[in-house]
Design a protein around this ligand. Structure first.
Ligand code: HEC
Length: 220
């Protein structure tokens, strides 16, 4: 081992002391930092406002015009689902009403009971003018009445409308629905009846006792 410490030949060549080298690095690094700092300037505050405004606008726009990304808003082929109010089918409502009440007398077959309850299937009243059949259900009917060539007078047809003395107080909608069902069931083929038609007749006729066959025949 020689007494001379090992020396970096490069340092020898540069002929510079350790302090000098550190100094030089420090200065170089210092300048470097200084130059980096000079390149990043503070964003002008105006641009920040403009960007914030854009974000606010975009958010508001999406919130307002995207329909909360519902498939029903964007997809014209969407199937009705829970978040769409179910469409009420008057025929279904009418069928339910018939099965709840009318069926007791006029029977599921719509044929009634011979000599007691007249048939609705093929009946000239059920399939006849709306102005007559609506009156029958709104105000009731007291026989004798002739249906499909047979006379009925054993009991009376109850009062269903929202009229004084009504046993059922059915809304105009319910009456329209049940009659629409009756006019299209068992091979019957008469036009549907709307709640508006029922309302108009109820308001025009007002309060009265049961209809009779003679009175109904005067209604065209
Ligand atoms: C309690 C038995 C009873 C119920 C319930 C009843 N009806 Fe009647 N309905 C009769 C009777 C009885 C007649 C015939 C009148 C008579 O004999 O005095 C009649 C007559 C009719 C007529 C005219 C004659 C015909 O056969 O076409 C129609 C239309 C009619 N009912 C529809 C209905 C509808 C719709 C309902 C249900 C909303 C209903 N009825 C509920 C007993 C009933």
């Amino acid at each position: 081992m020689s007494g001379e410490p090992l020396r970096d030949p490069g340092v020898d060549q540069a002929a510079i002391s350790d302090e000098g080298l550190l100094d030089a690095h420090e200065r170089a690094l210092g300048r470097q930092h200084h130059e980096d700092g000079a390149r990043y300037r503070l964003l002008p505050i105006g641009i920040l406002f403009v960007l914030s405004g854009l974000v606010l606008f975009a958010g508001t726009y999406l919130n307002r015009y995207t329909g909360h990304y519902s498939a029903l808003v964007f997809n014209e082929n969407a199937k009705p689902s829970m978040n769409m109010a179910p469409k009420v089918d008057p025929l279904a409502v009418g069928r339910a009403q018939f099965k709840a009440v009318c069926i007791t007398c006029h029977q599921e077959s719509g044929l009634g009971l011979p000599g007691i309850y007249p048939p609705l299937a093929g009946s000239e009243w059920a399939n006849g003018p709306a102005d007559r059949v609506v009156r029958i259900v709104l105000y009731g009917l007291k026989g004798p009445v002739h249906v499909a060539g047979k006379e009925f007078s054993a009991t009376a047809m109850p009062v269903f409308g929202q009229v004084p003395g009504s046993a059922y107080n059915w809304s105009d909608e319910k009456i329209a629905a049940v009659l629409t069902f009756v006019r299209q069931e068992w091979g019957n083929k008469a036009p549907a009846i709307t709640a508006d038609e029922v309302s108009a007749i109820r308001k025009a006729v007002g309060a009265r006792k049961e209809m009779t066959e003679a009175e109904l025949l005067e209604v065209k």
